[in-house]
Design a protein around this ligand. Sequence first.
Ligand SMILES: Cc1ncc(COP(=O)(O)O)c(C=O)c1O
Length: 433
Amino acid sequence: MREAVRTGHLAPGTRLPSSRQLATDLGLARNTVADAYADLVAEGWLTARRGSGTLVADRMITRPILARSAADPSGDFCHDLIPGSPDLAAFPRAAWLRATRRALAAAPDDALGYGDPRGRPELRAALADHLARARGVHVSPEHILICAGVSHGLQILSGVLAGRGARNVAVESYGLDRYWGLLAAAGLKTLPLPLDTHGTDPVPPVGTDAVLLTPAHQFPVGTALQRDRRTAVVEWARRTGGLVLEDDYDGEFRFDRQSVGALQGLDPDCVVYLGTASQTLAPGLRLAWMALPPTLAEEAVAAKGQIDSCEVVSQLTMAEFITSGAYDHHVRAARRRYRDRRDALVTALLQHAPKVRVIGTAAGLHTVLGLPPGTEQRVLQSAARQGLKVAGLSRYRHDRSLSAMADALVVGYGVPSDAAWPQALSALVRILS
Ligand SMILES: Cc1ncc(COP(=O)(O)O)c(C=O)c1O
């Protein structure tokens, strides 16, 4: 905190979170935080006034953040608004530990052996039930494959597709280049799909073997695939024998209404469903799952390998976490947290930067902010100078895509802790206004 005040990352007058709130965010005892606050007040870094909380003192700034050189945008950032991660300070450590204890106590000894390459049966059974309930996915546990992230799942599927002689995979014009890279590494060509004001047109050109989509919440643009487009892509798959790869990375986070069910429910025989714990819990768990069409299951299991490459204690814990109801409880709380953050962002922009348009459905952990034409790079530079890490929409564009979207920022509001979020939001709004 001394360093943050000294360098201007914490501006004079900034209100700090209560000691109770910060202790929760940091996983410390409240007294530890209260003692640290008391020391910093005694040293003159902070001021504490009854009724107005703890504030950064006025006179300590020696190097204001605005003085950072524009040529050094990679300097130390104080707020991370890059999409792709939830609030890691909100990981349910205590509940996860309880689930681990219960799961290990109940697990048979052979659970700790090499095991079934599909993953632990307890987790596959729990997921089949949970996914049916929460996402309308229709799958039996024997056709679920546990993997270490959607990335790992796509790596497995790329191998299967290439092994079947596939050559072309259609992808959305905007997305994650790490996925396009995985497909390319297996010798598959990625063909970007056209994009219009309703989002991606998902029916791929002749000669396409599979299509990779984010139907519930297009990444990063944020649109939900419309009903007629959902049926059109499934009909394409039935007609041609093609495969739809559905990346449902944040499907449980829809805020304005009940989330739209997974595409997989329309036809489990031609859609592979990919889900992940990376957005609901933490990417570091490296825990994800695929619901496979029965005709693909054997090849996918063989492509994963002869032994399960995913760590078993996390799998057992996740199974227990789901069946005990702790996962639902956590997702409900997380949904409230991120909905409140999104609402705060929309309200602040309306008030202070009315020219900035919020694009996409009210869902997930990120949103897209449409900027006036020609301003994206300038806004990014200004954000970097002020210690704000944020991405421009152009960063996610496929290099062969025909249509370019207008200038925009992709703002991930999941990463900051509850205590850091208000400051991250004010920094963003200051730049945009
Ligand atoms: C579009 C998309 N898909 C999937 C994921 C999750 O990937 P993984 O499960 O490999 O962590 C993310 C997370 O950033 C994402 O943005």
